[in-house]
Design a protein around this ligand. Structure first.
Ligand code: A2P
Length: 257
């Protein structure tokens, strides 16, 4: 069995000078659970260079989709941002990761909290009909510096809600909460501040975040994860993992370079 599949880039969309998304073919043998990541990359001077990327595509979709940062001198992303349809993409055959339902105790509201490219695993999760079978509400909160950086998330949420099949599951359950920190917008401030003030839940008409009913998945920068973990643990939430299901789970938004 191949450990790395060679796929073909199909589409590329640049959202801002820092963010882009792209799709690629998917080997039918490549299996994953919504929320997982794998290693992807390209050959540079004939040598493969791979980094961890969460799948944005649903596990049932025929193609693969990824959301990436662009760093001018980043070892991988300085090259990856130049991808064009038809180019080769290397995809590791083994998906893994902690942002999966198996690691969470049953609950009523699922909070998916992502900043920047930390949105990626949640794109896959909101496209999975099973997510809506398990929860009364699924909150997707995405924190970015600027409004333009919300573009990809906004598009995916609209597609999910308008989808003939998925929309039936998601409508009335999927609550989208975009927020920006460096310009004026309808929601502003960091996710930490929005939970500390209770504004996020109040704006959505939900009860204050609590461990008895709510489950949380976190994906973002190390600082964002540390601050939100401290807030959750202060409210009695316990971190889940593959051996013990808990109230919340964490994954770093991988590629910073
Ligand atoms: P801020 O603009 O105040 O730094 P980045 O692109 O740097 O990963 O940031 C994405 C978003 O995450 C920004 O809105 C940023 O806010 C926010 N952010 C950065 N650090 C934290 C943190 N410790 N907790 C919550 N949000 C954070």
């Amino acid at each position: 069995m191949a450990t790395i599949y060679t796929e073909t880039v199909q589409t590329v969309r640049h959202w801002t000078d820092r963010l882009f998304s792209f799709t690629a073919t998917r080997n039918p043998g490549f299996r994953f659970i919504s929320g997982q990541f794998t290693m992807i990359g390209i050959k540079i001077n004939g040598k493969p260079l791979l980094r961890a990327y969460s799948m944005c595509s649903a596990h049932h979709e025929e193609h693969l989709e990824f959301f990436s940062i662009k760093v001018p001198d980043g070892p991988l992303t300085q090259h990856l941002q130049k991808l064009q349809p038809g180019d080769e993409l290397l995809v590791g055959a083994k998906a893994t990761g902690t942002l999966i339902q198996h690691n969470l105790l049953p609950g009523k509201t699922l909070y998916l909290l992502g900043t920047g490219t930390g949105l990626a695993p949640f794109v896959s999760i909101i496209k999975d009909p099973d997510t809506y079978e398990l929860y009364d509400h699924v909150v997707l909160a995405h924190g970015c510096r600027e409004i333009a950086e919300l573009g990809y998330g906004e598009q995916v949420v609209s597609q999910v809600l308008e989808d003939e099949f998925l929309g039936e599951f998601a409508r009335g359950k999927l609550l989208y909460y975009p927020t920006v920190t460096r310009e004026a917008f309808r929601n502003t401030g960091r996710l930490t501040a929005l939970f500390n003030s209770g504004k996020l839940e109040a704006d959505l008409g939900l009860a204050t975040l609590n461990k008895d009913t709510d489950r949380v998945m976190l994906c973002g920068s190390p600082h964002m994860l540390a601050d939100l973990q401290t807030m959750l643990e202060g409210r009695g939430f316990i971190e889940g993992n593959h051996t013990h299901a808990g109230h919340f789970v964490i994954e770093k938004a991988f590629v910073e370079k």
